[in-house]
Design a binder for this molecule. Structure first.
Ligand SMILES: Nc1nc2c(c(=O)[nH]1)N[C@H]1C(S)=C(S)[C@@H](COP(=O)(O)O)O[C@H]1N2
Ligand SMILES: [Mo]
Length: 398
């Protein structure tokens, strides 16, 4: 083990205050402001850079997959017609990565903040206007990242204990964090470059232990939660809020029929299809149309995903029977009285995909009430929130 040269006999008890700058007033030199308040040798740039690289990687993956999710769920008008219905598991993978990288970032942010927190008690608090702005920027960055991780974690628990809308807030805070991160990286670029390579810093046994512990924490968090979206990690899925195989018909439910207030489907239920040639069908009549089966996942924005074998009528077939040409988009309305997922619009790429179904059955059985009986939408590469349950009406809109 190497130690840094130290006159006190203690490794790396660095001088707190720059002798060229005004010292803090005597009454302040207590607690975290006293000389020698921080004794760990790990409050140093190499440790910060190594943890920062991992954290930066996790945040980058989290941001890009989050952006993907946002665009798939709520695309601007110009983008909607270009969203791809393939790969079938695309959204499952990106959303799985979003939650995995976000959870991994939690221990990483803890390690990173611990390594740098003595800087909070720097003296003087700001050396110049520019320095004050930089510190303000870091405060904003830290606040945005912590809020993102906190709201995202609670979202996976389906817990929304705040008055603001989750998705928009999470989206704009994501941009705030990325903006703050880019400024931070450019300001710190020389420092980062100077400590990027191992040879630039003295080897420290404590650093190695700290980095190993951080890696272990990230590994543990990932292993006990990733099973909610990665099938072969399912047996280890101890801490994730969902086991993707627990629920009616072996599939989880995000919002039950009771929660949605549609427990009873009217006895005279008919599917209405509106297009150039509108028509209505009973469940029995729907069952007489050509039935198609497809292996498709439900990938919830809240982090879990599960694949099932769905059987029903192709959306394209229903639209064709209404006299609409290929390339038509539809609006689907649920029996549900109210709720953010009652009405859903589906661009033509999904409508035309041969795997997009109005499903009547799952894994061989009639749909459970909680999975959307009598009929639900299931389409490839789409967020779970758009897989509308308890369908009442399909309208051709373009
Ligand atoms: N009408 C309606 N459809 C809905 C929902 C809803 O609340 N209302 N929840 C959606 C969400 S968020 C998900 S993840 C999937 C879950 O489907 P499952 O409950 O069959 O697993 O259904 C979607 N379809
Ligand atoms: Mo969901």
């Amino acid at each position: 083990m190497e130690t840094e040269p130290a006159d006190s006999g203690r490794p790396a008890a660095r001088r707190r205050y720059d002798p060229r700058l005004p010292a803090p007033p005597a009454f302040l030199r207590r607690g975290p402001w006293r000389e020698g308040a921080f004794t760990s040798p790990l409050h140093e740039p190499r440790t910060v850079v190594v943890v920062g690289r991992w954290l930066g990687g996790a945040l980058l993956v989290c941001f890009l997959t989050g952006l993907t999710s946002h665009l798939l769920q709520d695309p601007p008008g110009w983008l909607a017609p270009h969203l791809p219905a393939r790969p079938v598991n695309g959204y499952r993978v990106t959303q799985g990565l979003h939650v995995i990288s976000g959870l991994a970032a939690i221990p990483l942010v803890g390690a990173k903040l611990w390594a740098v927190y003595p800087r909070l008690f720097e003296w003087p608090p700001a050396r110049s206007v520019l320095h004050a702005l930089e510190r303000l920027g870091i405060a904003l960055l830290v606040a945005a990242v912590l809020m993102e991780l906190f709201t995202g974690l609670l979202n996976t628990l389906q817990w929304y204990p705040w008055p603001f809308p989750f998705r928009q807030t999470h989206y704009w805070l994501g941009w705030t964090a990325v903006g703050g991160l880019l400024v931070h990286l450019s300001v710190k670029a020389p420092l980062i470059a100077g400590h990027w390579w191992r040879r630039a810093a003295p080897a420290l046994a404590q650093r190695r232990a700290f980095l190993t512990a951080t890696t272990a924490a990230v590994g543990a968090v990932t292993l006990v939660t990733a099973g909610q979206s990665v099938p072969w990690l399912r047996p280890l899925d101890l801490l994730a809020p969902r086991r993707p195989d627990i629920g009616p018909q072996g599939l989880p439910v995000n919002r039950t029929a009771a929660q949605a207030g549609t427990v009873t489907v009217p006895a005279d239920w008919r599917l209405s299809v509106d297009g150039p040639v509108p028509y209505r069908l009973t469940l029995a009549e729907l069952g007489e149309l050509p039935q198609v089966s497809a292996e498709l996942p439900i990938s919830c924005v809240e982090g879990w995903s599960a694949t099932a074998r769905w059987t029903g009528v192709r959306m394209a077939e229903l639209v064709r029977r209404a006299g609409a040409p290929p390339g038509s988009a539809v609006r689907v309305t649920s029996l549900e009285a109210e709720g953010p997922y009652r009405v859903m619009e589906m661009p033509a790429t999904y409508v035309d995909d041969p795997l997009t179904l109005l499903a009547l059955r799952v894994d061989g059985g009639v749909l459970d009430a909680d999975h959307g009986f009598p009929a639900r939408v299931i389409a490839p590469n789409r967020p779970g929130v758009l897989q509308t349950k308890w369908v009442a009406r399909i309208e051709v809109i373009a």
